[in-house]
Design a protein around this ligand. Sequence first.
Ligand code: UD1
Length: 427
Amino acid sequence: MDKFVIRGGNPLLGTVRISGAKNAALPAMAAALLTDEPVILENIPQVRDIETTRELLAAMGAEVELGYGRAQHRTTICCRNLASPEASYELVKTMRASTLVLGPLIARCGRARVSLPGGCAIGARPIDLHIKGLERLGAKIVQEHGYVEASVERLRGAEIVFDKITVTGTEDLLMAATLTEGETIMQNCAREPEVADLACLLNKMGANIEGAGTATIRVKGVSKLHGAKHRIIPDRIEAATFIAAGALTDGDLNVCGCDPSHLDALLQKLQEVGVKTKHTSDSVRVEGNGALKAADVITEEYPGFPTDLQAQYMALATQAEGTSIVTENIFENRFMHALEMVRMGANIKIEGRRAIVRGKTQLSGAAVLASDLRASASLVLAALVAEGETIIDRVYHIDRGYENIEEKLRAVGAQIRRIGEILPRKK
Ligand code: UD1
């Protein structure tokens, strides 16, 4: 298992380029299941979750070509011959977003067998809303032996009101609804930019979708979708992580190739904290000024402050003067990083869904454990301002969603290196 060794104290200076959004690329790859023609996706990030999705689709009989060299961020997926509409436990357990294949498989093949994802490090994360929605569209669903088995002659359009806002739930149902008979109206939908990006791809494939990116989405079903070419939007969470890193290290960082209009919640919060940012249409420049002020944060669905940035914000809060209250509203168990930051000297108390962060504290390097994707990113941020050396274990979590993070950080002045585990020699 790889580890990161980080020596803190360097300001981040220069330019960093943001990759395509993992959370937009995953549903886009699943959308290729809806047609027998090739779907070409550009700006695909080179991260582990993409490779897992390739394996998932290939196991069903899809031809998935991941580009190399100049075409390295492009993938062509052709689902002409689907052998088995099944997602096995082996793959689903490593990536919950695998459940995104459920909707497209039922819509295209009339049946699907997808493993239930089970619990995960940040909470229970059931998929009951995906299942309820598909039943509204007419699918017959049984849950047996840890699998969801779904079948239908043809899906019918229906009204779906989500009990709770769910991102992949909205995406799963949106994909299924494209091939129904009649119209589907979905309410209380997730408004994340990744949902809108998926709808943009589906419309290029011949779907008839209106309102994606708002709470109400209307889909007029069509009988067939065709191939298309689409460029994935930039990763707003990666961009935000680097912006936070620039602010934290008192650097001067130009985060380019991003979409600042997706970053409003963070940019407003940074203003409150006392960090100056300037943006163009596709870049954000962050200049640290040494003095951060405490500010509370509450995670919410988009356009609110993202839960996927809560951990990174907490690293920032440890360096702000005063008390910041960080409230996690989306997942029930997403404070694992706080305990690791405490081991680095942070003053953080957890009270249910609230973390009370008292700053400013001088962090000191320590051996810490990454527990999930965004938690790992927050430990990298904490390590960048800690005195001495931090060793972060289980960085495979970060490899799931950040492309070459250590190279990108090193290029702007961070002292970070990756080491592989040295196994004891056999006698
Ligand atoms: C997506 C993102 C993830 C992000 C999360 C919240 C992807 C691949 N992942 O995850 O990075 O942290 O949105 O912004 O896009 N819920 C139910 N029943 C369901 C579905 C969800 O109760 O059927 C609950 C969840 O347990 C959670 C909340 O709804 O408490 C939101 O989860 P959801 O938006 O579905 O998260 P994901 O789509 O899995």
